[in-house]
Write a protein that binds this ligand. Structure first.
Ligand code: RIB
Ligand code: CA
Length: 296
């Protein structure tokens, strides 16, 4: 049976590659795409998700928008992904509209409809998941498992020396989720994602393709002559090939610093039982090869 997934995302270039990978992976059945503000404002993120699904002619799951703002902080987007969030390289505008229903309500309804069957994959700030947990923690407990791209344990941050971007944008949401999630949860931090670098040598395979979408990918990736860490696609790969990585059970309370120079930093507290595990090792070359094989 296909693996049912919901992808919560802030498209963003690596999010777009993650969505493309999910579309191309027959093992996955995408039940919904929920949009959270992060790399770009939620409105732009929703439009970008539709643009990616149009370009990859993916079976068009419904796209829902929600968190326009982090729980408490003012939204700080990232120009790393360009003005439009997809590298300003001319992705056609989709003629489709995203759904009116709230992403948080969808995040709550679907696990009730498919108890213990859906994997929730969070690729942006955790605002939507925190809001859903606050609204109906029993529903969220019905997810089979939760995958989170975020945090940094033994490596520096990428938005500040101590913080990873998703946890930094909305530290209150990350803290609330880490203190309240009861599901089997796996955190994919920069410790593993920044070991998986998509280099120009690797992505030149797209230059040999004639499809318009290949041209879009090339234009997007040309922004990164040093290569692009495929943070979000790695989490999609892990949902299909968990053996690509190694994990450690977290036997301490996890939290996220809310303010100051350590804002967004993932920290460990006193010993505690936890349903959270952390990815700490990855077969990076195999991950890149699988990514290229699937997308190409
Ligand atoms: O720190 C990397 C994460 O922040 C990725 O999900 C990227 O898309 C940005 O959201
Ligand atoms: Ca992201």
């Amino acid at each position: 049976m296909k693996k049912r997934v919901i992808i919560d995302t802030d498209p963003g270039i690596d999010d777009a590659l993650a969505l493309a990978l999910a579309i191309k992976s027959s093992e996955l059945m995408i039940k919904a795409i929920t949009i959270v503000a992060g790399n770009v404002v939620a409105e732009q993120g929703a439009r970008n998700a539709l643009r990616v699904f149009d370009a990859f002619a993916g079976n068009l799951p419904l796209v829902y928008k929600e968190a326009e703002q982090p729980l408490k902080k003012a939204l700080r987007t990232s120009l790393f992904h360009g003005e439009d969030g997809l590298g300003d390289c001319g992705w056609p505008i989709s003629s489709r509209q995203y759904e009116n229903q709230s992403a948080v309500d969808v995040m709550i309804e679907l696990p009730k409809k498919y108890p213990n069957e859906i994997t929730l994959i969070c690729l942006g700030p955790l605002t939507n998941l925190a809001l859903a947990l606050k609204k109906d923690c029993e529903a969220i407990a019905k997810y089979k498992e939760v995958f989170i791209m975020g945090g940094a344990v033994e490596v520096p941050g990428n938005i500040t020396p101590n913080a990873e971007f998703n946890f930094w944008v909305d530290p209150e949401a990350a803290s609330f989720v880490l203190n309240h999630i009861e599901n089997t949860t796996t955190i994919f931090g920069l410790d593993v994602t920044r070991k998986v670098l998509l280099t120009p040598d690797a992505w030149k395979v797209f230059e040999e393709r004639s499809e318009p979408v290949a041209e879009l990918i090339v234009r997007m990736l040309r922004r990164f002559p040093q290569g692009l860490f495929i943070n979000d696609p790695l989490v999609i790969l892990a949902s299909i090939f968990p053996g690509l990585l190694e994990y450690v059970e977290c036997k301490k309370k996890l939290d996220v610093v809310l303010d100051g120079q350590n804002r967004g930093k993932l920290i460990f507290g006193e010993p505690a039982n936890s349903s959270i595990k952390i990815a700490y090792k990855v077969k990076a070359k195999q991950a890149i090869d699988l990514f290229l094989e699937r997308i190409n």
